[in-house]
Ligand binder design. Sequence first.
Ligand SMILES: [Zn+2]
Length: 184
Amino acid sequence: MPAPKRFSKFREVQAEIEKNGSALFVDKEGVESLIVHSPYSIHYIHSYAEDSPFFLGLAEGRLRGSRCTNPECAFVYATPRSHCMVCGEATAWMDLPKEGRIHSWTTCHFGSEAFLKETPYNLAMVEFEGAGSLLLVRLKDCVESEIFIGMPVEARFDPNPKFSITDVWFVPKAAGSPAKSRRG
Ligand SMILES: [Zn+2]
C-alpha cells in the first residue's frame, strides 16, 4: 500500500480518503494525523415525544414556540419547551413570527456529513418580536460578508420535510417585501 499523501486542508483530506482510503492531515503546528476511511451506519429510532408538534408544524410551514401558561409570567420561548424555565409552569404551543432578526451568527467551516455539501455554511441565532429566547438555525442565500447583527431575516420551509430541524432555515428578508402575517 502506498504511503498516504499529506494535506493541510481538511477538505482535501476528505476528498483523498474517499478516493484512496487514507491520508495524512498536517496541522498548523506540523503535527501529522493519519486519517482513515471507516464507514458505519446506524438506524436510530427516535421519538420527539412532547416536542412532536414543533416538527409536525415545520412540515406545515409553521414555526412554533412555547408560551408559559402562567399569566403573571407568560414568558415566550422560540423553541419547544414543555415547562417554563422562569416559573416552572407548563407551556402551550404558539406560532412564532416567520421573520426575525439576527442576534448573532457564525460561519461553520466544518460540519457533519449532512452539511458537507453546503460547507462553509452560516448558523444564526434568530430573535423574534415578543419572544424571550432565540432559535438556532441555518442562514442561507447570503455570504459571510453580507451578514450583520440586527439583519432582518425570514423563514423558509423545506417543501419535502424530513421532520428535522433542517426543515426550516432563514434567508435575508427581501428589501421592500410586505410584512407577513404573524400568525399561521
Ligand atoms: Zn413562566
